[in-house]
Each structure stands twice: as structure tokens, then as C-alpha cells.
Design a protein around this ligand. Structure first.
Ligand code: COA
Length: 419
């Protein structure tokens, strides 16, 4: 699928919601209200045999009654009624089916899932799902999910095989002020998979980093090919579950996925230039940082700290993760000697000592980031009596073109890069 075609999923001109309902708690109703609330500007067609009106929109008794283009049909009715609706979608020239309904391959009903997908593809339609919570697209201000109503628009795109985890990630991103450019639930991946979605996201200007939660891969060669292209353009972070034997069994019964060998997966991801994360929090931290920060222009990194111990810990971590610490002692001395106290050090890590003031931190950071030979700074701060709280306001460094990531707690850290 080329990115032109998949654009209709993310930027549809018209959407039908089959199974739209005004009864409280109904998934079809939740999706319709999320679409209405999100500010989507295309046409919205609720479909329910009862007719009437929902949310100020006329309800169509069936798809045939709709007079207008439908690029996406969201299907939220019990699995056994889905196929006849798919046939109606084919007659209407629908481009994408977003099949919310569970009850297919994940419960052993593979035959119906395959039959439905074959039929859809034969009639020019692509299938997202089944067994999904829907998708969100910031480009179209479209929240076509039954997850949280408010999704903060931004630059991180998420592709998730687990619906519940996807909904949890929407919550986590909202709390952590991470904006999303898209979130797509792929569920059983009967047809549309990660590779198809990456094709769009590679070229999607608003997406600056991509997070994928994967349980199993069906078309490995194609995924590798697309991932290699994607990581040349923007960072991709992958969480792959089913690493352990028991985890693999759990993945098989969740989305019918075959987890495969973890070692092989790991090696392939490395070849593709993908960052593999073990936890949701780590993946979100990376995506937040990578979506807002330019790549360093070189490898010379300097650690600035007020605590020797955390400086040593960071040095160990740099070696472990192959971060090159800048070593030109004479040059480091010339840059930092004015801000290091008698007990401090201008050797990398630069130790400003426990007596460091806010102003000294600012001077050290500014000197580092204005220096042509220093490309990145890892800044560490242990909570001490001088407590330069305003250091956490990393936006204050904007005039010099820096960005910082700061976590709460007793030790703050951030990583800055020269633009
Ligand atoms: N066309 C349009 N509407 C139809 C229809 C059709 N062919 N057939 C039924 N409907 C209507 C129903 O009349 C009902 O409307 P009402 O609420 O006004 O009575 C509505 O569609 C929903 O159908 P209903 O039979 O009440 O199903 P439901 O809402 O209880 O459940 C699903 C439907 C899809 C939510 C459910 O089958 C399901 O799969 N749930 C799991 C979803 C899930 O977890 N997905 C994965 C997330 S990660």
C-alpha cells in the first residue's frame, strides 16, 4: 500500500459509524461521540437500523442510504453481523474498514477473519483490525477510538497491537504532556499492519518519532525493509512482548500472534536502527525527547554535575551505551575552569560540586553548548541546599537553542544538544 492510499485512513473525507448508538456505555456510541468531540471536519454518518438522530446527526438505517463519500467505515457490532456490513461497504466504495469487533482469530475464528479480509481486498478495501479500539489522527483532528475523549495533538505516533495498552498509553501521554500525531490499534492485523502504517508515518511531517508495541510479526521481510527506510528519516522505538516462553504463550492467546525468537528479533531491530525498549515508560521518555530534540552534530558529550557519585554512574552508563565522552583535558579546562570550585573537576564529568549555584550551572551549560567541540551535554543535578530550582525550567535555555528533559525526584537530569 502506498502512502497516498493509506492517507484516506488518516485523513478521511467521510466516516460511517456502523453500530452507532445513543445507549449509555455502547462502544459504537462512544466512538461516535469521540469523533464529534474531536473537531473532525469531514462528513460523519451514524448507521443503526433503528434510525432517528444521535448527537444532532441523522442516523442512517443502512449504508446504502448514505449519499456521500465514505473513506472509512467503523464497524462496532457483534462479530457474527460484520460480514454482511462488509458487503454493503463494498457496494458503497468504502476504502478502509476499521473493525472494532472482537470474536475473530483471537478466539480461534480465523476462517471468518480470513474470508472477510479476502472479500474486502477483492473489492478494493483494506481492513484495520479486527479486535481494535480504533485510531486517532491529529492531521484530521479525528479521534475514532472508544478510548479517552481528549488526546493532546503532538509529534509522537503510536502503533499498538494491544488495545488496552494503547488506551493506557493515551492516558500516560496526557499526564506526561506528550502530544500524539497518531495512535493506531492494529489488533489481529488481518490486513493492515505496522509496515503499511509506517509508510504513511515516514512522510507525515507532524510525526517526529514513532513508538510501536508488537506481539508478533507476520510479514517480517517487508517490516524490515520499511523500518530501514523509516529510521533514516525519524527515530522508531519498539516494545516487543513475548520475550519469555510464558509471555509468548500469552501473546498467542491475546492477539493470536507468534512471538518468535527474541534474540533474532533483537538482532534484526538493531540492523534496522530501531531502539528497543523494555518498558512503556522508557519508550515514552525516548519518544518525548527524540520528537523535540535535533540529532547532535557530533559525538563529543560532556557530563555536568554537582555530585561526583551521579557523575560516575553516568560515566558508567555512557560506556555501556557507547556515548563518547569528550576527553580533551586542556580544552575542557579552558571552557569550565571559571565555574568549578576548588574541589571540583574540569575533567569529564565536569563536577561543579555541591556548592554550585544556579548561575554557575547556567554558565557551565551555556559555555558547553556554545562550544563548537562539544555536541551534547548530560546535565545532572542532586538536590542540595543551594537548590537551583529554576534549573528545572529548561525552557530558560531556549535563547541558546537548547532543550532539556527533566524528571522529578531528588536527582534531576536532562540531556541537551547543540542546534
Ligand atoms: N448495522 C448497524 N447497526 C447495527 C447492526 C447493523 N448491521 N446490527 C446491530 N446494530 C446496532 C445494534 O442494534 C445496537 O444498537 P442499539 O445500541 O441502538 O441497540 C448497536 O449496533 C450495537 O450492537 P449490539 O448488538 O448492542 O452490540 P454491543 O454494542 O453490545 O457490542 C461490540 C458490539 C462490537 C462492542 C462487541 O461485539 C465487541 O466486539 N466488543 C469487544 C470490543 C473490543 O474490546 N475490541 C477490542 C478493543 S482493544
Amino acid at each position: 500500500m502506498n502512502s497516498l492510499e493509506i492517507k484516506y485512513l488518516f485523513e478521511p473525507r467521510g466516516i460511517a459509524v456502523v453500530g452507532a448508538s445513543d445507549k449509555p456505555g455502547k462502544i459504537g456510541g462512544m466512538i461516535l461521540y469521540n469523533i464529534l468531540h474531536s473537531g473532525y471536519r469531514g462528513r460523519i454518518y451514524p448507521v443503526n437500523p433503528a434510525g432517528g438522530e444521535i448527537g444532532g446527526l441523522p442516523v442512517h438505517r443502512n449504508l446504502a442510504d448514505i449519499d456521500g463519500v465514505i473513506d472509512v467505515a467503523i464497524i462496532a457490532i457483534p462479530a457474527k453481523f460484520v460480514f454482511p456490513v462488509v458487503r454493503q461497504c463494498a457496494d458503497k466504495g468504502v476504502k478502509f474498514l476499521s473493525v472494532i469487533s472482537s470474536g475473530f482469530s483471537e478466539v480461534g475464528n480465523l476462517a471468518e477473519e480470513q474470508e472477510l479480509t479476502r472479500y474486502a481486498k477483492k473489492h478494493g478495501m483494506r481492513v484495520l483490525g479486527p479486535n481494535i479500539f480504533g485510531h486517532y489522527s491529529s492531521s484530521a483532528s479525528l479521534n475514532a477510538t472508544f478510548g479517552p475523549r481528549d488526546i493532546k495533538p503532538g509529534n509522537v505516533a503510536i502503533i499498538t497491537q494491544s488495545g488496552a495498552l494503547g488506551v493506557a498509553m493515551i492516558g500516560k501521554t496526557a499526564i506526561q504532556n506528550i502530544g500524539l500525531s497518531a495512535i493506531i490499534s492494529v489488533g489481529n492485523k488481518a490486513d493492515v499492519d505496522e509496515a503499511d502504517l509506517l509508510e504513511y508515518l515516514i512522510e507525515h511531517d507532524e510525526t517526529r518519532s514513532i513508538l510501536m508495541y508488537i506481539e508478533g510479526v507476520q510479514h517480517g521481510e517487508r517490516l524490515v525493509e520499511v523500518l530501514k527506510r523509516a529510521t533514516r528519516v525519524k527515530p522508531v522505538v519498539v516494545i516487543k512482548s513475548g520475550r519469555s516462553k510464558r509471555g509468548a504463550i500469552a501473546a498467542a492467546s491475546h492477539t493470536g500472534s507468534l512471538a518468535g525468537s527474541d534474540e533474532i528479533f533483537d538482532a534484526i531491530m538493531q540492523q534496522c536502527g530501531v531502539l528497543r525498549s523494555e518498558s512503556i515508560q522508557e519508550a515514552l521518555d525516548w519518544c518525548k525527547f527524540l520528537s523535540t530534540t535535533p540529532l547532535p552534530t557530533g559525538r563529543n558529550t560532556v557530563i555536568i554535575t554537582n555530585g561526583g557519585g551521579v557523575g560516575v554512574l553516568a560515566t558508567d552508563a555512557c560506556e555501556k551505551y557507547q556515548v563518547k565522552l569528550y576527553e580533551d583535558k586542556a580544552h575542557l579546562k579552558s571552557v569550565f575552569e571559571d565555574v568549578t570550585h576548588g574541589f571540583g573537576s574540569t575533567k569529564n564529568p565536569i563536577d561543579l560540586t555541591g556548592e554550585a549555584t544556579t548561575q554557575e550551572y547556567i554558565t557551565a551549560l551555556t559555555s558547553a553548548l556554545e562550544d563548537e567541540q562539544i555536541h551534547a551535554v548530560i546535565s545532572l543535578y542532586c538536590e542540595l541546599r543551594n537548590c537551583p530550582h529554576d534549573l528545572r525550567r529548561t525552557d530558560r535555555y531556549d535563547p541558546t537553542g537548547l532543550f532539556g528533559l527533566s524528571t522529578g525526584g531528588q536527582t534531576d537530569y536532562f540531556f541537551t544538544v547543540r542546534r
